[in-house]
Design a protein around this ligand. Structure first.
Ligand code: MEV
Length: 324
């Protein structure tokens, strides 16, 4: 049986989440956690989705009706988009296996969308150009997010570290310099939340109070220039202070919550140089920059949470294995 396995990285937004939805800039980096999707031809006459992590399985017909499990809707949206581009829909199994926690702000839905689109079109012997891969994957993202800015699929495709502005080609920061002795920690609060709801809340608030909110959006955008310089210079103290400022701006638009503020403050009090929520907020993850010599004392204060110490600037979407 013909079979393709593709993967795409998760991401953390270092600066600018939410502000990016209204056309301001954000800065994101790909992380070491990846989503892997296997697509294999089958004789069953249907499309079978299998998620061992979620312990879910479901088959749909080649007519692409909506699956019962919402988790699989992204894949039918992608297939519909591919069909409209002339791809035939063939019977196949889709096996989804991801290291990226769900609904935690680390881009899990974008990464699985990109990995699936890449795997299916490779199985078809007609992989998409990069811009088409982005467009089709975004159709999957819209199911999960409503009005995605596109940053999550862009970083899942390109990997690396990018400055993203809606409607423009992302700028890749090739010379990121994280000096030895510092780590980026990701702390998952374990609180699941909907990106779609948080984005809608911020759009409503910013629409209703734009004469005030515009300054917050512009402040968030100004952080990006300083952050690029700090990343290039390896100035972790400056980068961390910018993260603290960015967390304050996110609080002011109402996407933090007590648990996230407690994690952020506990990290700072125990010596982290900077900490902020990442992604849509209301739950999900906090990121922090810390000096490696205090890693043990910091993690011992966070036993309640899942903590990831992962590389950043990771590689983008790729086909990992195929039997074509
Ligand atoms: C979600 O990872 C980031 C948000 O800015 C939404 C988006 O950009 O689509 C909250």
């Amino acid at each position: 049986m013909r079979r393709v396995e593709a993967s795409a990285p998760g991401k953390v937004i270092l600066f600018g989440e939410h502000f990016v939805v209204r056309g301001y800039r954000a800065l994101a980096t790909a992380i070491g956690l990846r989503a892997r999707v296997i697509v294999e031809e089958s004789r069953g006459g249907s499309i079978r989705f299998i998620s061992p992590n979620l312990k879910l399985e479901e088959s749909i017909s080649l007519n692409l009706e909506n699956p019962i499990h919402r988790e699989f809707e992204v894949y039918t949206a992608i297939l519909r988009s591919l069909k409209s581009r002339g791809y035939t829909i063939i019977p196949h199994n889709v096996i989804i296996d991801s290291d990226i926690p769900l609904s935690a702000g680390l881009g899990s839905s974008a990464s699985t969308s990109v990995a699936y689109t890449l795997a299916y079109t490779t199985l078809h012997d007609s992989p998409l150009r990069e811009d088409e891969l982005l467009e089709v994957s975004l159709e999957g993202e819209k199911i999960a997010h409503g009005k995605p800015s596109g940053i999550d699929v862009n970083i899942a495709v390109s990997g690396g570290t990018i400055v993203y502005k809606r409607g423009e080609k992302p700028i890749r920061i090739a010379d990121v310099n994280i000096p030895r002795g510092y780590s980026l920690l990701i702390i998952d609060s374990g609180i699941k939340r909907s990106t779609r709801d948080a984005v809608e809340h911020v759009l409503r608030l910013s629409g209703d109070y734009w004469s005030i909110m515009e300054y917050i959006y512009r402040a968030a955008d100004a952080i990006i220039d300083d952050a690029i310089e700090a990343l290039r210079a390896g100035d972790m103290r400056r980068l961390s202070t910018l993260m603290n400022i960015n967390h304050g701006l996110l609080s002011s638009i109402g996407v933090s919550r007590l648990e996230l503020d407690m994690i952020v403050n506990s990290l700072r009090e125990s010596g982290a140089l900077g900490a902020k929520l990442t992604g849509a907020g209301w739950g999900g993850c906090v990121i922090a920059i810390i000096e490696d010599n205090i890693i043990d004392s910091i993690t011992s204060r966070l036993l309640k949470y899942k903590v990831y110490r992962t590389l950043i600037n990771a590689s983008g979407a790729r086909v990992d294995y195929s039997t074509l």
